[in-house]
Design a protein around this ligand. Structure first.
Ligand SMILES: Nc1ncnc2c1ncn2[C@@H]1O[C@H](COP(=O)(O)OP(=O)(O)OP(=O)(O)O)[C@@H](O)[C@H]1O
Ligand SMILES: [Mg+2]
Length: 420
């Protein structure tokens, strides 16, 4: 459960951290991109201005070739754009630009971006603007900004790398923050575990004395007790038995926490053990409960801790009986699998468990529909004991449930004896 919580916290912190970094990177990218574009836009407007000044006042517009290689394109079109009156500089790229602007409307003093196919098939990124020179002619100027485009692409690539690093940093930071946040929770839980271990140790002796005293009282005073006192005594014995079971369960879980849960391995027949338990339950319910036991025609010899395996079956059978109505069917099906695996299911046709409760089912003191469980007298420890026992035997326990239809607990344990 703690690991699950830590993973969830790490995931949450990392996601938020990464999203924040991603937003910062995206803002940075857009900022730099718009700055570069703004500079190019200012340039093209200056060029437009400069070129317009050149042609102002000329009666017959004369486009003279530039002495030095020009850094921009300049095209003068007749009003109808049917004829090109002049293109600067000479060269294929300028021709491409002039072909393009013939189809463009006039006039636009703000720079506009366009991708053109260059003469050699390469992509040419240009920014262009236009203005009217006089009634008959319009001026288009453009600038090849492929190098700026390249810079933007490099910038994007660098930011993507930074983003990747940010992702790693986010996970590391998320994990650190989650560990920090978990520290007081872990301390708290450790404290609780210690308290449970100490308390159950301390409670064991008084409960044993209490139980023994009740036995003595019953043996010596049985004849003198009134029916009411006898009933009270029986109730007391029941309570003591329940308390004893609870303390034993708590002690076992405390031992598991401390890594001191020991396994007393012995060889026994699982089929016989299951059969005995089924009879016990049927006797307990005075024949009002039928439990079907399906076992292969085999003794099913296993090597495991008999007491604990019995406890595991007991937990599952107890639940199956408690959470289903009298008369509904309960069945245990045992099977042999490869790799020394003994698998068995305990199935009931009872109340079932809602899907959202299933992940917490094996947590200590967890009970579905608290009211229902209290009525049935459970402490919410049975399944955590079952999980501890399957873990001790390197096995697994799973649950499938359909609310209103029933529940199946499936256990797999690698305990089948090697019979040569
Ligand atoms: N076969 C089942 N059908 C329906 N609900 C079940 C079944 N088995 C367990 N549950 C639900 O899971 C909860 C946890 O079971 P668990 O055995 O751990 O505790 P409990 O039965 O309440 O108490 P305890 O076993 O300690 O006496 C139960 O309270 C019950 O709501
Ligand atoms: Mg139970």
């Amino acid at each position: 459960m703690l690991n699950h919580l830590r993973r969830k916290l790490t995931w949450n912190y990392s996601t938020w951290f990464f999203i924040t970094l991603l937003i910062v990177l995206a803002v940075l990218f857009l900022l730099v991109k718009s700055m570069l574009f703004e500079t190019a836009n200012e340039d093209i407007q200056d060029i437009l201005h400069y070129e317009l000044e050149k042609y102002k006042g000329q009666d017959a517009i004369e486009v003279k070739p530039e002495a030095s290689p020009s850094l921009y394109f300049s095209v003068v079109l007749s009003k109808s754009a049917h004829s090109i009156r002049g293109v600067q500089p000479a060269g294929k790229d300028a021709q491409t630009f002039s072909k393009f602007v013939r189809k463009q409307p006039c006039c636009r003093s703000e720079g506009k971006l366009k991708n053109l196919k260059g003469h050699f098939g390469d992509e040419m990124h240009i920014i262009y603007a236009s203005a009217r020179i006089d009634k008959n002619s319009t001026l288009f100027v453009g600038k090849n900004i492929s190098s700026i485009h390249e810079k933007i692409e490099h910038w994007f690539f660098s930011l993507s790398l930074i983003g990747l690093a940010a992702l790693m940093i986010s996970v590391i930071m998320g994990d650190r923050l989650a560990r920090k946040a978990m520290k007081p929770i872990i301390q708290n839980i450790e404290g609780q575990k210690k308290f449970i271990a100490d308390a159950s140790h301390e409670l064991r002796t008084p409960i044993s004395i209490f139980s023994a005293s009740l036995e003595v009282l019953e043996n010596e005073e049985r004849d003198k007790l009134s029916p009411f006192s006898q009933e009270t005594l029986n109730e007391l014995k029941d309570e003591v038995r329940q308390m004893n079971g609870l303390v034993a369960n708590l002690l076992m879980l405390a031992q598991e926490d401390a890594g001191q849960l020991k396994m007393n391995k012995e060889s026994f027949s699982f089929a016989e053990l299951a059969g005995q338990l089924v009879h016990q339950y049927e006797r307990l319910y005075e024949g009002k409960r039928q439990i079907a036991l399906h076992v292969p025609d085999d003794k099913m010899l296993v090597e495991a801790d008999r007491v604990r395996i019995k406890e595991l079956l007991h937990v599952l059978l107890d639940n199956a009986c408690k959470y289903s109505v009298l008369g509904s069917s309960i069945s245990i099906t045992v099977q042999k699998e490869e790799g020394r695996i003994l698998s068995f299911t305990v199935e009931d046709k009872g109340a079932g468990i809602p899907a959202e409760e299933i992940p917490y089912l094996f947590d200590r003191f967890y009970r579905v529909e608290k009211g229902r469980s209290r009525q049935a007298g459970g402490a919410g420890l049975g399944l955590s004991i079952a999980k501890a026992i399957t873990d001790l035997h390197d096995g697994t326990i799973k649950v499938s449930s359909w609310p209103g239809e029933g529940t199946i607990f499936s256990v797999r344990l690698p305990i089948l004896a090697n019979i040569l």
